[in-house]
Each structure stands twice: as C-alpha cells, then as structure tokens.
Write a protein of this length. Structure first.
Length: 166
C-alpha cells in the first residue's frame, strides 16, 4: 500500500474488535506492509489518561504498532511525547487482516506488558480470558491464544521482545 502522494502518508483505520463488537477504531499512519507484518503509527487513541498503576498512557504518547497476518498477537511500542520508550504492550489477537484501508484485529482478552528496561513483565487479563468462554466455544483459538501469551512472556523475559520489531 502506498501513500496518496509523495507528501502524504498512507493512512489505515485500525479496528479492534472484541466479542463481535468494535471496541475502538482510530486512524494510523501505515509505515510498512511486507505481506506478513503490518506496521502502523498512531497517537494514543484513548480518552485522556489511562493509568494502569505500572504505566500511564496519555495524550502525546505515540504507539508504533506491529500486526502479523500469521501470528496470534500484536506488539505496540509505546513512547512518551518526548520519544522516551515506556515499554511494549502486547495484545493476544487472532491474526490481523488488512482489507483496503481497514486493519481489523480481534482481541482475545489476554495482554502482556513489558517495561522499557525489561524488568517489569506482566501477564494481564487472564481472568477476562477465562470469563470469555473461548476455551469452550473455540478450543483451538483458545489454545493458540495461550500459546501466543506464553511466547510473548518468554520473549519479554529473555530480552528478545524488541527483536520482533526490527
């Protein structure tokens, strides 16, 4: 996919779907698409400040987001307005699809946070995943999701998460 003109970057609409409903939709600059991995950049798309206790997402933060068509996760590099790396927020998802200018990703509830220095790695929302009923309704997807979370956890704990993004 290319930009509309030499001066104008290509824009895609990122659509995060959860349980069949659109959770959030936002425009992002398309940085790369090699046929397997799609990379976009967008400012923090949430309303105001979101304080998780271990990290704050706030206006001015920039997310460089990596989506794969063949992997069950996405990784978001989070930087503060001054360019300082805050860390990586990882979503366990079904493989991404890009149709036209719409990048659709289905969130499967499991997440992982890895701080910039790699000392704080947290598995998140495992209770939401259990409550979702995916293990009963789609056991193959549930297994793929849990495997993806384990893979991300291992990459984070061994300092190799960033290597996915190069």
């Amino acid at each position: 996919m290319s930009a509309n003109s030499a001066d104008e970057p290509a824009v895609v609409e990122v659509v995060l779907v959860k349980a069949g409903r659109t959770k959030i939709r936002y425009p992002a600059e398309l940085l790369a698409d090699d046929g397997t991995r799609i990379t976009v950049r967008a400012p923090w798309a949430g309303d105001g400040i979101r304080d998780f206790g271990f990290v704050r997402f706030e206006p001015g933060d920039v997310f460089t987001e990596y989506y794969w068509r063949d992997r069950w996760y996405s990784v978001k590099e989070v930087r503060a307005h001054d360019g300082t790396l805050k860390g990586h927020y990882c979503d366990v998802t079904r493989p991404a699809t890009l149709t036209g200018t719409e990048l659709v990703v289905e969130d499967l509830d499991l997440d992982l946070w890895c701080s910039a220095d790699g000392t704080d790695v947290r598995r998140l929302d495992e209770d939401e995943f259990t409550a979702s009923g995916l293990e009963t309704s789609d056991p193959q997807a549930a297994t793929a999701a849990l495997t993806a979370l384990d893979e991300l956890d291992t990459l984070a704990h061994t300092g190799k998460l960033g290597a996915l993004l190069t």
